[in-house]
Design a protein around this ligand. Sequence first.
Ligand SMILES: [Zn+2]
Ligand SMILES: [Zn+2]
Length: 485
Amino acid sequence: MSARITILGSKEKELKEWLQSHPENHERGAIILFKRISRPVENLIDSDRFIAVDIIKMDNDWVIDSSKSHFKINMRKFPEIYFRCESENLELGFAHNHPNGFQEFSAMDDINEMNILKGLSGCNGIKSFLISLVLCDNNWIGRVRRGDTPENIISVRHIAILDDKINLHGIDLSKSSPESLKRQEAAFGLPFNQKINSLRVAVVGLGGTGSPVATLLARTGVGELILIDGDDLEASNMNRVRGYKGDDIGKKKAKSLTKFIESLNLNTKVTTICDFLDKDPIALDALSSADVIFGCTDDISGRDLINQSVYYFNQVLIDSGISGFIGDDKDGNPFLRTQKGRVSCILPEFGCCLRCQNVVNEQKLYKEQRFKENPELKELDAETLEKEHYIVGGGVQSPGIGAFTSATADNAVATLMNLVSEFRKCSSELRQDNIWIDFIHMEIHSNEPIDDPECIYCRKHTILNSSEGKYRLGIPQLGEIPTNV
Ligand SMILES: [Zn+2]
Ligand SMILES: [Zn+2]
């Protein structure tokens, strides 16, 4: 097992300011309380996510003695922290800095960790974890131990700091890039490939945008992919999908695309979920384990769940969609009036959520629900739908044209690359959280979000880092959260 650690940018800032401000430049420490995300999903590699939810600064009461190269803790202060971990179902973390520049864990760190873990497992049981972090020259390194095997060190795959970017620390840089990623290494440097490789990425929806996204992510060197889609491939999809063969028609998209990606032999581990987020709780459990989510579905209720997942589980969402309209010219021939591809980029503390971007709203959810219950409504014209069924926006589907869906998918993957390596120099009129390509006028622009100071997701941050309670995402229909193993 290897662990992944996620810390919000605001929390990291608080931590750094404390650790690096000792008046005599001594080592300093802080307690970090983590929420552990570990839900059993078949075929998913064992890799718990630890999300930092609270920081307690270790002031003078906590310290027996310190210098520029050591830090001796007063163990008597710990029992109240152990109690809080137990009562709030949190895991214990200990962070400190090395002002002398020592880039590894020291022998003193071993002693401190063993002491803390001994007390912790005595109080809370041997299945307790201790997450240990060291800050040195603005870089974090981390490791994890568990009470039942305290000598055994669980390695950390990455420490992800999420602000308006994904800053990845503690990456194993010893592996060299495979031949297939040498050009990427030339463009972005060697750590880029190793950082991308450390990510677990979920792709929700495997059609016109999702299938090119998933195949390109594998080629980009993403270490783990979770492919989520309950639909079968249809013949009418074949103009815009990637990776499917003729005899995949009528079969589950997620299964066929997994087979294709595995055949590329690129060392991407794929987990396949042949269902929808609102139907199969396992799909949601797999989603919660991802570092990054690509939203490529045209299902509004699915998107609404993804939008919540970002804030509950501190994830990065890159959501893409195509909107377009086919008109008739004066001779009655169809022509493309509008055709645009959107990429929204949302981090827990950056960007407006999908509701504020108007990708998800009550009207769209209502329309989708009515169409699900009464598929025959889709045949009606916009006017009848609005007058007789109170459905606004008609039943027309956006035209799905391969050249436009693929270009949007490529832009979505480039957005992930930019989050990791920051190569874009956008003009100030463009919003990083919302970029549209207009394929008719060949222009790029951003839409202004709804300015809702009451938004519980992206403005008030009501659910950010909060506990889901008993049920997945706090929604009883999604079932009870399985207890940690
Ligand atoms: Zn140390
Ligand atoms: Zn919002």
